[in-house]
Design a protein around this ligand. Structure first.
Ligand SMILES: NC(=O)C1=CN([C@@H]2O[C@H](COP(=O)(O)OP(=O)(O)OC[C@H]3O[C@@H](n4cnc5c(N)ncnc54)[C@H](OP(=O)(O)O)[C@@H]3O)[C@@H](O)[C@H]2O)C=CC1
Ligand SMILES: CC(=O)C(=O)O
Ligand SMILES: [Mg+2]
Length: 752
């Protein structure tokens, strides 16, 4: 990134990084009278009667003020409120991006702590919380302490506690990697300001001994008896030591915690530290020692910086969005020590969990595993929200500061998930039903790490009992590597399976009139997809998942040869579910039938409707799409679709279906109401059946990419067994989703 690029990023047509977006429609006269006068008077009257209702009728509960006077902006020093504004806007971006919290960045033109306090007190009605930012020490301590005492919304000085929490979590993990005990290590803090003092306090609470802790500032070591540049906050940590300089303090030290300024640690100082030295050089944007210099000087260093372009970004971005999310969601009156400690533990523990593919991809695709280069979760790891916010909220409830405690942590995590992804919200419906009666699902590609990682999630969630096909030693090795609970997974090697020959014979008998000799059958049965399908056929497993490393047709073919299609249908088809902010639609057939006949199209409509109802609990309303509306064209292609509607109505009279119709008539109520009032579908279609594969494929891809939808699928329907096919190369999460759907089908084959 160059200076020019950074400046261009902040400028552009729309200046800066934030904007205000209305959350209610304001298009019509009626909208206007609701958004503004006279309608707006109603919530005003309600809040006047009951102030708590401000959380119901305004955005207060999700609005944080990022407030700064610009006296300690990053490591740039006192550059003033105006120059600090890009940082405050940046914090707003992160609040929104990571935790869906809205922010007003508020820069205050005063260095007088009492004025800043008074200002915050006066704007309390606007805000759900206050994030103090980049206010220098020692004034920041007085400001925060006073506001905490006088306001009834959470107040949190990010540079103090955010930094302390994140570095505390990374410190616990670094000690584990260094093999050192917290009550024995010598820790040097460089910087005795907002971040330094707060880190020192938290490290003591974590178990560092006060006598093993030394603070250094611009005047050198903060020692007992020093008078120059002191304040009561530093005094508390004044050390009984002969060390006077940073170099003195670092000699033999186990850890360096830098929250001061650029380039203060020399290679010589680093060389004088104990073995496996922990170096958190967190000054921004330039650390106390450059990353490259540190790792070149000490190969055994356990190194972190505050920046995103090196391993181990120890930065308060991992804290403030999630801590406020948890605090706001339970309407916490404050953010107390227990809540901070809960955040430390959540982050430290999460770093030891398997990292999802989406996170690995966001960070360049290299494997990420707990160790020297991965002490702490990555900011783009969506799980940080799901771990940290609930931990904080739970601690708020436990300590009695939550005004709106949740009744179930599980439900709260779900609510958070739906903020992150509509797919997760929808899939929970599927997961819940799968868990009620988990089935044995065989995975043809059991030697693939993604399958093993999916198996881990599946057993931990109780969705199914995975049966992994593959060479025993290969699968066992992966199971051990990913720490999958071994007793909950079966491993089957087709080559040594006692029923292998029996399967060969049975398959031979199924296919001998299709030219399959016994030897051919034996060869095919060595293919785990054929073998897995036979296991399902023979009741040794309830369902099958395959396709991660194969072409789609190669995985469907064995399933059809062994299980055929379901009674009443002659085809299989693929259905995609597309999720938008306020709507979901199923599109078919996106994967199998190139140019279906009217009969086939009717079957596709029926099967897609069944997917909607039986997997996702959506009452299907089917639109049969074309480029004409109800006979406006009479060519072969329009007629085919119209005939399909007639067939479907005859065969499945209970199905809400109409057509042929154009896509806008299917999804836009106004068009249908005005021109086609007779139609069963009044712009409320949720199952869209396209006339052929080309149309379906183009439609779903355009909707997905341009409509900013999320996609689940393709969901295979029509096979007379619980068999589901993965798209090549999909992620662990997609495998888990498909396996859950497979369980549902195995539970009630006839319904899916
Ligand atoms: N990675 C992260 O998440 C975060 C990083 N930081 C970084 O920490 C640094 C300090 O921020 P903050 O605590 O808010 O600021 P403050 O102004 O409150 O404190 C700065 C401290 O650093 C000391 N200091 C400055 N220069 C030197 C030096 N050359 N040698 C020794 N000590 C020095 C100051 O000493 P004195 O007391 O003598 O003036 C003071 O104690 C910044 O670089 C900031 O970017 C801060 C928050 C989060
Ligand atoms: C990260 C941050 O808040 C700082 O450097 O000040
Ligand atoms: Mg800051």
């Amino acid at each position: 990134m160059t200076r020019e690029e950074a400046l261009a990023y902040h400028s552009g047509k729309r200046k800066g990084k934030l904007s205000v977006v209305p959350t209610k429609p304001c298009l019509t006269q009626r909208d206007l009278s609701m958004a503004y006068t006279p309608g707006v008077a109603e919530p005003c009257r309600e809040i006047a009667k009951n102030p708590e209702l401000v959380y119901e009728y305004t955005n207060k509960g999700n609005l944080v003020g990022v407030i700064s006077n610009g006296t300690a902006v990053l490591g740039l020093g006192n550059i003033g409120p105006l120059a600090g504004k890009p940082v405050m806007e940046g914090k707003g971006v992160l609040f929104k991006r990571f935790a869906d919290i809205d922010v007003f960045d508020i820069e205050v033109a005063s260095e007088d702590p009492d004025e800043v306090i008074r200002f915050c007190q006066l704007i309390e009605p606007t805000l759900g919380g206050i994030n103090l930012e980049d206010i220098k020490a020692p004034e920041c301590f007085y400001i925060e302490e006073t506001l905490k005492k006088t306001l009834s919304i959470p107040v949190f000085h990010d540079d103090q506690h955010g930094t302390a929490i994140i570095s505390g979590a990374a410190f616990l993990n670094a000690l584990e990697i260094a093999g050192k005990r917290i009550d024995e290590v010598k820790v040097v803090f460089c910087g005795a300001g907002a971040a330094g003092i707060a880190c020192a306090k938290l490290y003591l609470a974590l178990g560092v001994k006060k006598e093993n802790l030394i603070l250094v500032d611009t005047k050198g070591v903060v020692y007992k008896g020093r008078t120059e540049g002191m304040n009561p906050y530093k005094e508390e940590f004044a050390a009984d030591t002969d060390a006077r300089t940073l170099a003195d303090a670092l000699r033999g030290a186990d850890a360096f915690i830098g929250v001061s300024g650029p380039n203060l640690v020399t290679p010589e100082m680093l060389l004088s530290m104990a073995e496996n030295p922990i170096v958190f050089a967190m000054a921004n944007p330039d650390p106390e020692i450059p990353y490259e210099v540190a790792v070149a000087t000490r190969p055994d260093v356990i190194m972190a910086t505050g920046r995103s372009d090196y391993p181990n970004q120890v930065n308060n971005v991992l804290g403030f969005p999630f801590i406020f999310r948890g605090a706001l969601d339970v309407a916490a009156r404050e953010i107390n020590e227990e809540m901070k400690m809960a955040a430390v533990q959540a982050l430290a523990n999460l770093a030891k969990e398997d990292v999802p593919d989406s996170v690995i991809r966001a960070y360049g695709g290299k494997p990420i595993k707990f160790g020297r280069e991965y002490l702490i979760p990555k900011p783009f790891d969506y799980r940080v929200l799901l771990w940290e916010a609930p931990a904080v909220a739970e601690a708020a409830i436990r300590t009695g500061v939550a005004r709106k405690p949740f009744s179930s942590k599980e439900d709260y995590v779900r609510e958070l998930e739906s903020r992150l992804s509509r797919t997760r919200q929808v899939m929970h419906f599927v997961f819940d039903r799968a868990k009620q009666d988990p089935k044995r699902i065989v995975f043809a590609e059991g030697e693939h790490p993604k399958i093993v990682r999916a198996a881990k999630v599946l057993v931990e969630e109780g969705i199914c009992r995975p049966v992994l096909l593959g060479k025993k030693e290969n699968v066992e090795q992966l199971l051990a590597e990913y720490e999958v609970p071994r007793e909950k997974v079966e491993v089957v090697d087709p080559a040594t399976h006692p029923r292998f020959e029996e399967y060969v014979k049975k398959f031979h008998q199924m296919r001998w009139r299709r030219g399959v000799a016994e030897d051919d059958a034996r060869k095919l049965m060595k293919d785990p997809v054929y073998f897995g399908n036979m296991m399902v056929h023979e009741g040794e497993a309830d369902g099958l998942i395959s396709g991660l490393t194969m072409h789609y047709p190669d995985t469907i073919r064995p399933a059809l040869q062994i299980h055929h299609t379901q009674p009443g249908v002659t085809r299989v088809a693929g259905v995609y579910l597309l999720l938008f902010e306020d709507r979901m639609v199923f599109i078919a057939d996106t994967t199998v039938n190139q140019d279906p006949t009217a009969e086939e199209l009717a079957e596709i409509a029926f099967m897609a409707a069944r997917v909607a109802r039986n997997y996702f609990g959506v009452e299907p309303r089917v639109a049969m799409l074309s480029y004409s509306n109800f006979g406006s064209n009479t060519d072969e292609r329009s007629l085919k679709v119209r005939k399909a509607v007639e067939i479907a109505r005859q065969r499945w009279p209970e199905l809400a279906i109409d057509g042929e119709m154009q896509a806008d008539v299917a999804v836009e109520p106004q068009v249908a109401r005005e021109i086609y009032p007779f139609s069963t579908i009044q712009g409320d279609a949720n199952v869209l059946v396209c006339p052929d594969l080309e149309a379906a494929n183009i439609a779903y891809k355009l909707l997905w990419r341009l409509g900013k939808g999320e996609a689940i699928g393709p969901i295979l329907t029509g096979v007379n067994a619980a068999v589901h096919v993965l798209q090549r190369g999909v992620e662990v999460g997609d495998i888990v989703n498909m396996a859950a759907m497979c369980v549902l089908k195995a539970q009630r084959l006839q319904d899916h």
